[in-house]
Write a protein that binds this ligand. Structure first.
Ligand code: SAH
Length: 458
């Protein structure tokens, strides 16, 4: 991150703007909303700036810039209509350790001004590091439509209730959890538009019930990796969690969506390496929930497929801790989507098996004779290391050696790799393609070919 976004307190600060034309005027439109003393140095100024000067909103110094103008100022905007001049002024400011912005001259800028969504005191600033002002504007208008004008009032209203909440919940973590429960899991727009009275009622009701806030565990499906493939329920849960207990295959993009103040506990199991046991994971969930915390147990894909969810659910229920499941997109579904394949096809397969390549004893045995029959289709999880075993078993039971197999590694992620092969060539092609996983082997699924079809304009 080259640019650090910070919100600068302008009370008592002096800000120098050099220039009096369109560039200075554009900067001033934002700066006039601040509480800083604004000093405009320029021989000529526009009618608009002149009007602001007349209203006492800024001080106009009617002459060209001199270095002494920098004395005692906190920020400088070099906004003359001359890029080279702006660069010189910004350099002079930098020599004196005063942060400077040179209009339309990024290299000379110590800071750049973001696009703003102004719902003061709530301010959303959007920066693209100068790469795409048009994108910043698009994001701005998107956020404008999502944040109702009452957003600022809402922040002020919550501020008036903070002291009361603090007196009842002196512990900071308790308070953070409390406010997350007020904001999270709701329709944000409706919530931000609440009247003061309704907000107060809601806060009071939540405070009254705080003794009964028992810890709970949500088993949440993180999907195949691409954060776009999370459910809205999963996003909400991540936003409101106190503790996030997560697996190895949960992607960074999904982790980014977790509440920042949450406690993060990694409990990933790496194949072939000593890792945390299931009993220890169950204990962590029970211990944290017993403290009254809200836990998200984040598992890749769908939590109910090869995720040992039942063991966690049973342990939690035995400890009287409420547990609920938020499903996710399983890897097989993402892998099939990656190749536009229908997992079931009329006339080809009436069933699809979801298999694991490994179980507690090693390579997993399956009902090979039924899978080997013509039309047998399966999605194999954890199958890369077991590929030669699976190939051997299926062929031993009579499966055709040219049965198609498609391997999708890192389905839905930017690093996704698709390999089309056959049962015969599967183990060698996995090695040749350098597939290490996570990958799904789609047995009985071939590349979809579009033959001699006329192109249809869409
Ligand atoms: N609960 C998960 C499966 C966990 S088992 C789900 O529903 O998807 C772990 C296996 O899932 C991996 O070995 C791999 O076979 C598969 N897997 C997980 N994420 C994947 C991805 N993005 N692409 C391909 N396979 C994936």
């Amino acid at each position: 991150m080259q640019y650090l976004p910070i919100h600068f307190d302008t009370r008592g600060a002096s800000i120098l703007i050099v220039g009096g034309g369109p560039a200075a005027e554009a900067k001033l439109r934002t700066l006039l909303k601040t509480e800083a003393t604004l000093i405009v140095v320029s021989e000529e100024i526009s009618a608009e700036i002149n009007r602001w000067a007349g209203q006492g909103k800024l001080q106009h110094v009617k002459r060209d810039f001199i270095a002494d103008d920098l004395d005692g100022v906190s920020l400088v905007y070099a906004a003359t209509e001359d890029d080279a001049r702006n660069g010189e002024i910004a350099d002079l400011a930098s020599d004196r350790q005063i942060p400077a912005n040179a209009a339309d001259y990024k290299v000379a800028c110590r800071f750049i001004t973001p696009a703003l969504v102004d719902r003061a005191p709530v301010i959303v600033s959007i920066g693209t590091g100068g790469t795409s002002p048009a994108l910043a504007r698009t994001l701005k208008s998107d956020l404008e439509s999502r944040l109702p004008p009452e957003t600022g009032h809402f922040a002020n209203k919550t501020n008036t209730l903070r002291a009361k909440v603090k007196s009842i919940l002196p512990d900071l973590a308790d308070r953070q959890r409390f406010w997350a429960s007020i904001f999270g899991g709701k329709d944000l727009k409706a919530q931000l538009s609440l009247s003061s009275a309704d907000l107060e009622t809601q806060v009071q009701a939540a405070l009254d019930g705080k003794d009964s806030i028992a810890g709970k565990v949500l088993l949440v499906g993180a999907g195949p990796g691409n954060p776009d493939m999370l459910t809205t329920a999963a996003r909400r849960a991540l936003h409101a969690a106190d503790v996030i207990v997560y697996d190895r295959l949960v992607s960074d993009g999904v982790m980014e969506l977790g509440r920042r103040e949450a406690e993060y506990i990694y409990v990933g199991k790496t194949p072939g390496e000593p890792s945390i046991g299931q009993a220890a994971i169950n204990d962590i969930l029970i211990e944290k929930a017993s403290e009254g915390l809200s836990i998200v147990r984040l598992k890749s894909g769908d939590p109910l497929i090869f995720g040992r969810a039942d063991e966690e659910i049973e342990a939690l229920q035995a400890a009287n801790i409420p547990v609920r499941v938020i499903p996710g997109i399983t890897a097989a579904a993402a892998a099939a989507a990656a190749i536009n394949a229908s997992l079931t096809t009329r006339g080809t397969n009436k069933a699809i098996s979801l298999l694991t390549g490994h179980d507690a004893k090693g390579f997993a045995e399956q009902d090979w004779s039924s899978l080997a029959r013509p039309g047998g289709r399966a999605a194999v999880y954890m199958g890369v290391g077991a590929a030669r075993f699976i190939q051997g078993r299926l062929m031993l039971h009579g499966a055709e050696s040219d049965r198609p197999v498609t391997v999708v590694e890192n389905a839905s992620r930017p690093e996704q790799i698709i390999t089309y092969t056959t049962l015969q060539n599967l183990p060698d092609d996995l090695i040749a393609a350098g597939i290490k996983g996570p990958a799904i082997l789609l047995i009985g699924y071939a590349e979809r070919r579009v033959e001699n079809k006329k192109r249809v304009a869409i």
